[in-house]
Write a protein that binds this ligand. Structure first.
Ligand code: SF4
Length: 544
């Protein structure tokens, strides 16, 4: 990130597809570091103004971003925010066309930043080129803080929060957009099953970078214009400042005697003309410089005129707005509320994916169950008041019921809770069906772990066609129950299952055992070699 800009907008090329059928959405922001200068204007703001008619634009003041590096002295954040807003408006951003808002007034940015922070590997952040560069360049600041390392995630959140399609950037910002695309991709792939369940192809479209060449604006010392060099010409500064600054500009050692010819390509004033003067004025000054027919003082006056032609209207508009600062603040509040409304639309989807929805949703089915078990700890089975007095068959049924609850919750089996429990009452072998129509056989086996250091759990599986086995092994002692769930896909058991069927009578159940061997769990299906299924423990993937 450069001194004040987040990925900054450039003039747009072809208009791409839209998310909602309207204009494509564009987002960009700037850190509030005070008033803007001509370099900021030509590098970003001038393009933003052009984009307003072509795109649905969101432009924001990134006050939280400012704190990632300027946290030690936040005393000017609000003042700088207002300064930036006034310059935005003075230079032609129009709140009737664009949503111009303050980042910290839209708390959804922080919420999404937190959630995307969960899925962003640290290595991605450490590799962002500006991370090391800025730490070296801003050596007077301690940038070893968590907020600074994480700012690319906040930036990704800014962009993805509005399901933005285009992020206009300068070439030096490419890495940020690329990281945003990677975060979106990771989210969409990590939660693909969840998105499928919610019938959403994606929450975050991958944003694209818009590149447009931006003219290099020379500072008054000939270097790139930058606040850190103290060589800026303010976008809304009074004329007297511009006159003094340009009047004092060096000619790069040229034309010490005005009778000497010069080369405008080697002079910062000549560079100013290239950016701000009309074609006629440019040709005239270049020719006059090379022929020594134009005095440097006159050339500079002409450059002052060209620059003032651009910024005079901005200066006047800003003066007018400064006389009623409350109006600008109200605009920012209203626009921020509008941005928050749009942001909330995305967050509703995001929260659903993370199962943090503010709606009760499908979970209510769980509490509709007749035989509900509230806790996910197996200990709850011991505290149902009657465990000791239950017969072995009753205990087994309780465990199976518990297990079905757990599987149902974890894999979102779509049938009604009552149907599950009816089926448990009626016939324990009736399969559960997953949302994709897979038939699931559920069974549990319980042993006393204390007496069996290398325990074996036994199951009996009917010779019916199931695509998934869900097996639960319970270790029990007087104090507690412990258990592991194994969801076993058909490819693991199909061959030994077929072999066992051939060797058994038609109605005979197939003996299956699960043996603990050290830290490993081995599954043996009648007459076949054991298979290590340790990796399948509590893995519900095959059911999704
Ligand atoms: S005439 Fe203008 S461009 Fe040429 S050296 Fe003087 S100030 Fe620079």
């Amino acid at each position: 990130m450069t001194e004040s800009s987040l990925p900054s907008l450039s003039a747009a090329g072809a208009v791409g597809p839209t998310a909602g059928g309207g204009r494509p959405r564009v987002l960009s922001g700037m850190r509030p570091t005070g008033k803007l200068h001509l370099g900021n204007y030509m590098g970003a703001l001038a393009n933003w103004v052009k984009l307003q008619d072509q795109y649905e634009c969101y432009f924001f003041i990134a006050d939280w971003h400012a704190l990632t590096s300027d946290y030690a002295d936040p005393s000017r954040i609000k003042l700088n925010t207002l300064d930036l807003a006034l310059d935005f408006l003075a230079a032609g951003l129009n709140p009737e066309k664009s949503t111009i808002f303050i980042q910290s007034h839209v708390p959804q940015h922080a919420e999404l930043n937190l959630l995307l922070g969960m899925i962003t590997p640290l290595g991605w952040l450490e590799r962002v080129p500006t991370y090391k560069e800025q730490q070296e360049n801003l050596s007077g600041k301690d940038l070893t803080n968590f907020g600074f390392l994480g700012y690319p995630v906040l930036m990704a959140s800014d962009i993805l929060l509005y399901q933005t399609q285009f992020v206009p950037v300068g070439q030096d910002q490419t890495a940020h957009v690329e990281l945003t695309r990677e975060v979106a991709r990771r989210f969409n792939s990590m939660y693909k099953n969840r998105l499928d369940e919610l019938k959403r192809p994606t929450v975050f479209p991958e944003p694209e970078a818009l590149y447009t060449p931006t003219p290099k604006v020379p500072g008054t010392d000939g270097r790139k214009m930058s606040k850190s060099y103290g060589n800026t010409i303010g976008l809304t500064e009074a004329e007297s400042f511009t006159v003094t600054k340009i009047g004092n500009m060096s000619t790069n050692g040229q034309r010490i005697r005005q009778t000497d010819v010069g080369d405008p390509d080697l002079c910062p004033v000549g560079d100013l003309h290239k950016v701000f003067s009309s074609a006629d004025v440019l040709a005239e000054t270049q020719q006059g410089c090379r022929a020594a027919s134009l005095r440097c003082a006159d050339c500079k006056d002409s450059a002052i005129n060209s620059v003032r032609n651009v910024i005079d209207p901005f200066y006047e508009k800003r003066m007018e707005m400064e006389s009623n600062i409350g109006q600008t603040w109200e605009m920012l509040r209203a626009s921020s509320a509008k941005a928050a409304k749009r942001a909330e639309q995305t967050m509703v989807e995001v929260r659903e994916v993370f199962d943090l929805s503010h709606e009760l949703g499908e979970v209510k089915h769980y509490f509709h169950a007749k035989d509900r078990i509230w806790l996910y700890s197996f200990d709850s089975l011991l505290f149902d008041g009657n465990w000791e007095n239950k017969t072995e068959a009753e205990q087994k049924k309780s465990i199976r019921t518990f297990w079905i609850q757990r599987v149902k919750r974890d894999v979102h089996l779509k049938f009604e809770a009552n149907r599950i429990f009816d089926s448990v009452e009626r016939e324990l072998e009736e399969p559960a069906i997953t949302p994709k129509g897979k038939r699931v056989f559920i069974d549990s086996s319980c042993i006393d772990f204390v007496e069996s250091p290398n325990p074996v759990w036994h199951f009996a599986i009917p010779q019916k066609s199931f695509e998934v086995w869900a097996l639960l092994n319970i270790e029990m002692n007087r104090q507690s129950l412990k258990g592991n769930g194994y969801v076993i896909p058909q490819k693991i058991f199909s061959q030994p299952f077929a072999k066992a069927k051939k060797s058994l009578k038609k109605d005979e159940k197939i003996p299956v055992s699960l043996r603990k061997d050290g830290e490993r769990f081995l599954l043996s299906i009648h007459g076949s070699e054991p298979v290590d299924i340790t990796e399948l423990r509590s893995n519900y993937e095959p059911l999704k």
